[in-house]
Design a protein around this ligand. Structure first.
Ligand code: ADP
Ligand code: MG
Length: 694
């Protein structure tokens, strides 16, 4: 009996040696081999003559290597490997920056009069037609029919493997095992979403008869990959929503309007108003709310949160707000209490640095229900803190908390309503996977009167003039942030760097101004005192490490200087920049950096071009790839084999809808038609949990 789990060595033409090489790509079984899909295709039905290449369109061409050299470019002193190819109809240049090691390979090809296949988009440069960083490979003339005269798949390779060998191995696996591929998708779904059968999809992705059929095949595989995940997440949402005993929070729409009017010192934007109505509906439904409130820095999430808190308390429940750091908890508490005081509510603060007496007194008040609103760091969820009736939990800047903490907090109450607030500018696609088990509300509008922050990128040798500009703003009564370079080694070193930099600012850059320093190694009281002094205007300049990254709100601070800005990621720079431009003043952000990589330059460039957090996030994702997007795998972003989160956004949205419909109709996937699907979903979700816990 043949099976997709057969070891790959039994595929005709593979054998033990081939199996070993495939093993280096993680391919062990026939299934693995079939899932090794092409990275791209070459339309070898139509190689373009070099003489016919038009700039600006992606094409495949082929030519003999005529020359290869490495030159030092004048701009930025980068090494450029320059190769010339020709085919009798014309010549083209291939340009590779910072890859001098390519020289020997091209020189060998040149000596042997070999041809290369080039895939890319050409431009006209000073030397005529030029491909910058094209994909290329040695041309292998062959007679097998799999590799010429058709749309040819190009696979990711590893050492010892060739495209041609891999092509023929996969073709024979398709012959021997292709008919064994089961299709878990019920036919009704397949029809509704115009999906190819799975076995056909595998055949077509490897051996397409046209570019369109390859695309259609890929869409089927991507659809499955997203769909299984989305069904699993939808089942979780459903499970939780069905949990009994969600605290009931009720208010008529006129009561809600009056409450918002009493609470907020301004008119909410229509996004804020809609978000508040959505939260009220969630909390009044008798089922547990699990919602992500997603909005760029400064979009006014706090106003929405405060309304939710007031609503919950008004119905006799308690509300807890979790912040990632003490400074933020403290600030959050003071903002919330300013607003909640207007409706007669007090806010208490719980942090790790409280005395044990104060803590146990607070615990007693939480247990008796006397404390109705509490803001805290994770001290709030440590030990056996009990609430009399915890109705609402708000988690600020959730990605720093981690999924496990979210769960442990949830275990504290009878399924309290959960509102997660995130300013992390995440592309929508990522939100849907990262927070896929939450409903999502987005604040797109900014409150009125916001001026975009003018952003400049300067080289370190321009520092003096940058700080002269800062001084002019200080003289007008504004305040400034200076962010110190990120030091990877340790918090201690980062603290030292900040202190040292503050000294330089005080003595050289901005003598005569009042300069404070803030870093993560300072005791909590010192940090708070420093923040308070900056906020009240007793300090002109705050030199700090990234501890100011999230949530700090000082409207009079209108300029930020980020030293060694290339050490920061895009998302982080954007978060930092969000600290300025919060008041009515024209605001500036100056990034000082001398980046050494192409990606570094692109990041800084992107920052000067836009203030739109979502666009920045997409650029970041593009530059770094989803795996690295949040730095580590603790981010909980599932990995995809077929899907590309940017490119396949539409399919993701379609699958999310389809999954919700399916789960609404058949919450446990108990229907016979859905059995095969249920099994695959279970596997997919299990792999997801492994990632999150590790
Ligand atoms: P976020 O937490 O989303 O970054 P905040 O809630 O801190 O944003 O709001 C940023 C600033 O905008 C605060 O100073 C807040 O008082 C103000 N703000 C929020 N909503 C409005 C509004 N509708 N009209 C005017 N100002 C607003
Ligand atoms: Mg905030």
């Amino acid at each position: 009996m043949r099976s997709l789990d057969d070891p790959v060595q039994f595929v005709r033409g593979v054998g033990p040696r081939g199996a070993e090489r495939l093993g280096r790509l993680g391919i062990r079984t026939v299934r693995d081999l079939l899932r090794h899909i092409p990275r791209r295709y070459e339309d070898r039905t139509a190689f373009r003559n070099i003489g016919d290449v038009r700039p600006g369109e992606p094409i495949v061409t082929r030519g003999v290597v005529l020359a290869a050299e490495v030159i030092n470019t004048r701009r930025r002193g980068m090494q450029l490997t320059r190769v010339v190819i020709g085919d009798g109809t014309g010549r083209a240049e291939l340009a590779f920056f910072r890859q001098p090691y390519l020289l020997t390979r091209f020189q060998q090809l040149m000596v042997k009069r070999k041809s290369v296949v080039v895939y890319g988009v050409a431009r006209y440069g000073p030397n005529g037609l030029s491909f910058e960083h094209p994909e290329w490979e040695e041309f292998e003339p062959d007679e097998e029919g799999l590799s010429a005269g058709r749309i040819v798949p190009m696979y990711p390779l590893s050492e010892g493997l060739t495209q041609r060998w891999l092509r023929s191995s996969i073709a024979s696996a398709l012959d021997s095992h292709g008919s064994l591929i089961p299709d878990p998708m019920p036919s009704s779904l397949r029809e509704r979403h115009r999906l190819l059968g799975l076995a056909d999809a595998y055949r077509m992705i490897h051996l397409p008869d046209s570019p369109e059929s390859a695309e259609e095949a890929r869409r089927r595989l991507v659809f499955d990959e997203f769909f299984l995940l989305q069904v699993g997440l939808a089942m979780r949402r459903m499970d939780r929503a069905g949990a009994a005993g969600a605290p009931l929070v009720t208010a008529s729409s006129s009561e809600l309007e009056a409450l918002v009017r009493d609470l907020l010192p301004f008119v909410p934007t229509s996004d804020q108003a809609a978000a508040i109505r959505e939260l009220a509906a969630d909390m009044g439904s008798g089922r547990q709310m699990n919602r992500l409130l997603h909005g760029d820095v400064g979009s006014g999430k706090t106003a929405v949160a405060v309304a939710a808190i007031a609503l919950a308390v008004r119905s006799g429940h308690q509300a807890a707000v979790m912040a990632p750091t003490e400074i933020l908890a403290q600030q959050q508490a003071s903002v919330l209490s300013a607003w909640l005081r207007r409706v007669g509510l007090d806010v208490e603060l719980a942090t790790g640095s409280m005395s044990s007496r104060a803590r146990s007194a607070l615990r007693a008040r939480l247990e008796s229900g006397e404390t109705r609103v509490v803001v805290g760091t994770h001290a709030l969820i440590e030990g056996d803190v009990r609430f009399r009736s915890l109705g609402l939990v708000i988690i600020d800047e959730q990605h720093r908390f981690g999924v496990l903490q979210r769960q442990s907090l949830q275990a504290k109450g009878v399924a309290p309503h959960i509102l997660v607030m995130s300013a992390t500018p995440i592309p929508r696609t990522l939100t849907m996977t990262l927070y896929g088990d939450l409903d999502v509300t987005v604040l797109k509008q900014m409150p009125p009167g916001r001026v975009p922050v003018k952003t400049h990128w300067k080289r370190p040798d321009q520092s003096a003039s940058v700080y002269r500009g800062v001084a002019r703003l200080l003289d007008q009564g504004r305040q400034a942030y200076v962010v110190c370079p990120l030091v990877e080694e340790s918090d201690k070193m980062e603290a030292a760097a900040a202190t040292q930099h503050a000294h330089r600012i005080r003595s050289q850059m901005l003598p005569g101004y009042r300069v404070g320093v803030l870093h993560g190694q300072m005791p909590a009281e010192a940090k708070e005192a420093c923040m308070a002094a900056f906020k009240s205007g007793e300090l002109d300049v705050l030199v700090s490490t990234t501890v100011i990254e999230v949530g700090i709100d000082v409207p009079n601070a209108s300029v930020m200087v980020v030293e060694n800005a290339d050490r920061f990621g895009l998302a982080q720079l954007h978060q930092l920049r969000g600290r300025v431009g919060r008041g009515q003043y024209a605001s500036y952000c100056v990034l000082i950096a001398d980046p050494t990589t192409e990606a570094g330059m692109r990041r800084l460039q992107a920052m000067t071009e836009t203030c739109d957090g979502f666009r920045i996030a997409e650029e970041d994702l593009r530059l770094r790839g989803p795996g690295e997007y949040f730095g580590t795998r603790q981010s909980g972003i599932p990995e995809f084999q077929f899907a590309d989160l940017l490119r396949d956004e539409e399919v993701l949205i379609e699958t999310r809808k389809a999954a919700a419909e399916l789960v609404r109709a058949d919450p446990k996937l108990a229907c016979p038609d859905n059995q095969a699907l249920a099994a695959e979903v279970a596997v997919r979700i299990a792999s997801l949990d492994l990632v999150k816990v590790s």
